[in-house]
Design a binder for this molecule. Sequence first.
Ligand code: WTA
Length: 656
Amino acid sequence: MSSQIDHLLDEPRRFPPSPEFVAQSIDDPTMYDRAAADREAFWGEQARELLTWSKPFTKVLDWSNAPFAKWFDDGELNVAYNCLDRHVEAGNGDRVAIHWEGEPGDSRSITYAELTDEVKRTANVLAGLGVGHGDRVAIYLPMIPEAVISMLAVTRLGAIHSVVFGGFSADSLRSRIDDAGAKLVITADGGWRKGRVSALKPAVDQALGDRHGEGEQATVEHVLVVKRGGNDVDWTEGRDIWWHDVVPQASAEHEAQAFPAENPLFILYTSGTTGRPKGILHTTGGYLVQSAYTHKYVFDLHPDTDVFWCTADIGWVTGHSYVTYGPLANGATQLMYEGTPDSPHPGRWWELIQKYGVTIFYTAPTAIRSFMKTGRHIPQQFDLSSIRVLGSVGEPINPEAWMWYREVIGAGTAPIVDTWWQTETGAIMVSPLPGVTATKPGSAQVPLPGISVDVADDDGNEVGNGKGGLLVITRPWPAMLRGIWGDPERFKETYWNKFQDRGYYFAGDGARLDEDGDLWLLGRVDDVMNVSGHRLSTTEIESSLVAHEATAEAAVVGANDETTGQAVVAFVIIKQSYLDQHSPEGLVSQLRAWVGEQIGPIARPRDVYIVNELPKTRSGKIMRRLLRDVAEGREVGDTTTLADTMVMSTISDQVK
Ligand code: WTA
């Protein structure tokens, strides 16, 4: 690893933006100095420029009760008004907000005026179902316009959404609904994926059913169901309501009420180092300021001519900030696509870029690597000349993929912005500015104007250029998480206690600064894996494995994978009675399927190895580092702290 990093840090290639790009760009190099001179004044300026406040704020930041921040605290605004009505009032009602394309090829273009009407109708329906200020609404939908409409309708009422990725299982949905105490679930019969309808409603029925245990009171009163897949669904009278029976009939008159800037906007669950997902809480004002700011400057947005496409699902934070909130706050036109990149043919994404003239394209390294594998002849069949900015997010992008992206998708000219951020940061934190920065393949480079990050050693000291350590955020930022839903202690412990004396936020990522002071992200330093840009917890998958009756013990590691970045590899000890009665192949496939059902298909292990023992220290801690060596086919590292030093050779033999 470290020789690979040294090699990366020697990266000599630099790609400054072309003079033509600089000439048309809105990016302004003086932003860095202005922000550094007075950070709070800078954010105050952004907040006033980018958003419409119903009541202006008088104070930018209140950090007196750190780490619980308040931004723009006495200001008031309505998020949906900022994303919709004001664009119509400004005369842009006819501008397309969303070009939506379904996987089977059906499509819809929705203007800002139409989207505003739809959200108003939906808000009226939700209000009629008793949803009001502070209530939680779970959204479990495919990538259809109703997903965005639902999010905006919820926040229009001052309520809080919790979007659950449609690929998550009934169990995952259930725990998220319960943790947030959701009153309403918005779902669909099904959505299109890989050429067929994949049902969603059964998972909701299952998540809400069977509540006989203690404390298992269902908080959900209604389920609002969008018809998309056309598949048969079970129906619970009195609880379930078809979207098409109520939304089109509802009034399109709805005046948005203003709420304080610190009113909660959403909860989004993400994997942590323990088995229980954390409900990351974001509030309205600061979050919307930074989503709009980053969407505008990181992508050099020209709202009247650009067509923006972020390929993330709304179930992830990237879909929240760069499908729903950033683009709509900025009045941009965007493309939204329901399906998978290779349905019905491997060039589907490129065909869509050609069809809609996409100018800004934002995706994940794992997607780029899988396109590299199928070959450049596929994108080369399409006209991609509209593209002028490329973005990357979710995991480190290796220089090889970076170069391929620039050359094959960006015609060798489009600047690439490698954007580092997290569910917790709410919006982009580290990234080049395409009209300013000379980019470097593989490096996310520099904090944005107004953001301050550093690389520190374990004691919080700056490591300085040329050295590695832990990524920290040294000053509060507007879109920062405000807490973990229902668990303020876990919030402090997870992010703030490590560098308590300095007040630094601990991001959980390793990083290095090169000689120019540019940042290189090195992956997670905790037990969190990154598979295809999605965060998964080793502990969560281990808990799922041991919950299977055949399993005695399990250890999970993230192993390097050429396509997905990391892959889930599990080592399990099977109970003797099961070993006697089942074939190893049968057990392995059962366990893979089990994890897929319990957590979701993205968590399904790539490999499951049945072993007799796991490597443990004398204090009983599993040494995952050694298992990772095995999973990646390397010679096993230092085993001297193991209780039984022979155990690794047994495991290596069993894996072979
Ligand atoms: C990783 C996704 C390197 C990182 C927005 C972080 C990255 C985690 C990058 C957050 C990047 C995200 N380069 N690593 N450009 N972007 N990561 O919460 O490990 O799903 O901590 O947010 O993804 O994942 P999350």
